[in-house]
Write a protein that binds this ligand. Structure first.
Ligand SMILES: [Mg+2]
Length: 255
């Protein structure tokens, strides 16, 4: 029976079967900050991830909206499996990098046309992540209403290839058919993740795609923070995630 004050805080996984661990970064392992470049990755977090990777036979991966180059810049764990850009690129546990190709030609055409627009406007910044584009307009918030129909019309020229997402002062243009669930399933189809039960911890709406796959595999889906979620379990913040992971490490080391 669950207790009143921590009813959906999950117990650490039992050792009765092999587990694979998937983790979002921003808002899950590190606190959200004003600018994505300013996240703080403490040495203890790197050690924690390396220890878990060893204890789980390398079946640990970070799954993020960031690109892998960006993840590497902050995490500096080149041996860790990762999926970036919401599943459009990934690095397997042997260190091989892969990038989705089917939408690259369309993306190149859009990149060209959006660049021309951005070149004429100092307040806009186009971030090229390789498999996706992010058009930032935080320096002119009112530009959002003008850009939205323009970008929608542009993306509509590439049906079933590209899609447009609006975030906080950013438009993201990415290949259709990728999300964190796709990223997670791809890992689960290959060693060392295959035939393991997945745990996924995330904080955002985009993590729900990952939770869906985890639920389908009878795994453990953990939502960080408040807000609606299909995850059955909750942790309050990155600090609580660290503590939970440390409890799991202790259990793995002592049983
Ligand atoms: Mg997040």
């Amino acid at each position: 029976m669950s207790t009143k004050d921590n009813s959906d805080v999950p117990a650490v996984p039992e050792r009765d079967r092999p587990w694979a661990l998937f983790l979002d970064l921003d808002g899950t392992l590190v606190d959200l900050v004003d600018h994505p470049d300013n996240i703080v990755v403490e040495e203890a977090l790197r050690t924690r991830l390396e220890t878990l990777s060893t204890l789980l036979d390398r079946a640990v991966a970070v799954i993020s909206g960031r690109g892998i180059d960006d993840l590497d810049k902050h995490l500096t764990l080149p041996g860790l499996a990762m999926s970036g850009q919401h599943g459009a690129e990934w690095r397997d546990s042997q260190g091989n990098r892969h990038i989705a190709q089917h939408h690259q030609k369309a993306l190149e055409a859009v990149r060209q046309r959006v660049s021309e627009h951005v070149d004429r406007d100092d307040a806009l910044y186009l971030e090229d992540k390789g498999a996706s584009l992010a058009l930032h307009y935080r320096h002119r918030p009112e530009a959002g209403d003008i850009l939205e129909p323009e970008l929608t019309a542009l993306i509509d020229e590439y049906p079933e290839t590209l899609e447009l997402h609006q975030g906080k002062f950013v438009f993201e243009i990415k290949g259709q058919g990728y999300d964190k669930g796709v990223a997670l399933e791809r890992f689960l189809a290959t060693p060392p993740f295959a035939d393991r039960c997945p745990v996924f911890i995330g904080d955002d709406r985009t993590d729900e795609d990952g939770f869906r796959i985890v639920n389908a595999h009878q795994g453990l889906a953990i939502k960080v923070g408040t807000g609606e979620s299909i995850a059955a379990s909750r942790l309050t913040d990155p600090k609580a995630v660290h503590e939970w992971l440390d409890r799991w490490i202790t259990q793995l080391q002592h049983s």
